[in-house]
Design a protein around this ligand. Structure first.
Ligand code: ACO
Length: 429
């Protein structure tokens, strides 16, 4: 049921349509606000702005619900593989067995990088952050596939999508191999997506890497849990860049850069660094939490709080369980997990966190699993990017399929100097 909203401004009344989404979220249609009233909306951080209509992912932050294309995340994590989830997000429905086989085979057959791309890595310092390298190389795919440069004329967008999904694990593992001074390991097409990444990361030409099924499964689940989260910072970036008709590779490269920040995907690295600092005796969990609560300190409890979730992040529940399973299977006693559980316990009974409705988010436990698998800490956010890729792609495709889409271009409230005459150099003090 949609109604009308009435706005009173400077003695005049304006009526605006309202919209209601399929799960009952309500919006006022302000697309003609400026044209009709001369006013714009002021919403820094976009917390009250619906930037698009979307049928991909539903999040109810109050109730802690996450669904991809209508399927609850808990069921997807239990039954699907990451590539099946990617298909679901991008194509809108679960694949038949035949469609899934074809999709998996397509991805498996596009995992190699053009040999010339390998030379890029030689130019990066060994200490380069993997997100810097991944974003640069993902963007550089535009240089190798000119047929995908114009979204309006791309006859074979599906191929660009397959190429990106297939090549990102290779791009990321090469970033690691370069930093470790080890030879690049070519992908193996007979391995599943997660196992292939593990092998490219940890095998060397002198020694094979035995992929542990539990580890590969846990990694696959982590990728699924990160696969989409509607209009978050990196996804909105991918849409915004794509809205100028930039190609898919360039848009995804920008998404990787947006994800890098510690307030977004970079939090998984920061969580482990935080837990390590507590483990190394820099201060107890209690002392750390006092710092996180203090107004005079910029410290935050990393992996806690979320713009949308005001309840336990459903992904954190699944990851916490996967974390215990992997550590048990690998026979690892993790001091970091103990500290994380303790921090969570104290925070969830502390008035500061309770009143602000701050709960563990997807990043709180994921880093502990990555670390148990031996991924270096600075690679965690790149793993998040691998997971988020199908989400970015599906949102980019959905935007271009929307016949009414426009270039993204927010307004501002200008607060600078009003017009003033030019001051010659000699008159400036
Ligand atoms: N530790 C301590 N205090 C916090 C935390 C935290 N992790 N998160 C929020 N707060 C406090 C703020 O200081 C603020 O307090 P105030 O009302 O007294 O000023 C209040 O809670 C609201 O916080 P905002 O920053 O206004 O909330 P916002 O929605 O803008 O931020 C964010 C959400 C960025 C995720 C924030 O909770 C945060 O910085 N968390 C830590 C970083 C993190 O884990 N990021 C990953 C998010 S998940 C993802 O992107 C995949």
């Amino acid at each position: 049921m949609s109604g009308k909203a009435v706005l009173k401004l400077e003695g005049k009344e304006y009526e605006f349509d309202t919209l209601v989404g399929s799960e009952g979220e309500k919006a006022i249609d302000f697309t003609k606000l400026r044209a009709r009233t001369g006013y714009v909306g002021f919403d820094p951080g976009y917390g009250n702005t619906g930037s698009c209509r979307s049928s991909i992912t539903f999040v109810d932050g109050e109730k802690g619900i996450l669904r991809y294309r209508g399927y609850p995340i808990e069921e997807i994590a239990e039954h699907a593989t990451f590539l099946e989830t990617a298909y679901l997000l991008i194509h809108g429905d679960l694949p038949t067995a035949q469609q899934l086989d074809a999709f998996v085979s397509d991805v498996s057959n596009h995992t190699m990088l053009h040999e010339d791309i390998k030379r890029f890595y030689a130019g990066f310092p060994k200490k380069a952050h993997p997100m810097a390298v991944s974003s640069a190389v993902a963007g550089a795919l535009s240089a190798f596939y000119p047929e995908h440069l114009d979204p309006a004329k791309d006859q074979d967008l599906n191929k660009a999508i397959i190429r990106l999904i297939a090549k990102l694990p290779t791009i990321i593992s090469y970033a690691y191999k370069h930093s470790a001074g080890q030879p690049f390991m070519y992908p193996r097409n007979n391995l599943d997506y997660a196992s292939n990444l593990l092998r490219m990361m940890f095998a060397t030409p002198c020694e094979e890497y035995e992929v542990d099924e539990t580890v590969a499964k846990a990694l696959d689940i982590l990728l699924i849990l990160h696969a989409d989260h509607e209009q978050n910072c990196s996804t909105s970036t991918v849409r915004l860049v794509g809205s100028s008709m930039s190609n898919l590779f360039a848009s995804v490269s920008a998404g990787i850069s947006a994800l890098w920040g510690p307030l977004h995907g970079g939090a998984n690295q920061k969580v482990v660094e935080m837990l390590e600092s507590i483990a190394s005796g820099e201060g107890s969990a209690e002392v750390f939490l006092e710092k996180a609560k203090s107004r005079d300190d910029t410290t935050r409890l990393m992996g806690f709080g979320h713009r949308v979730y005001k309840n336990y992040d459903p992904r954190a529940t699944i990851i916490k369980k996967a974390c215990s399973d992997v550590l048990e299977k690998l026979g690892i006693h993790s001091k970091l997990l103990e500290i994380a559980v303790r921090l969570e316990e104290i925070a969830l009974s502390d008035e500061y966190f309770v009143s602000r409705r701050l709960y563990p988010n997807v990043d709180f436990y994921s880093g502990i699993i990555y670390q148990a698998i031996n991924f270096p800490v600075n690679l965690f956010t790149a793993l998040f990017a691998m997971g988020r890729l199908p989400g970015w792609i599906s949102q980019w495709v959905e935007m271009h399929d929307d016949k009414g889409f426009k270039i993204g271009r927010p307004r501002q409230i200008y607060e600078g100097a009003t017009q003033r005459p030019w001051k010659p150099l000699e008159e400036r003090l």
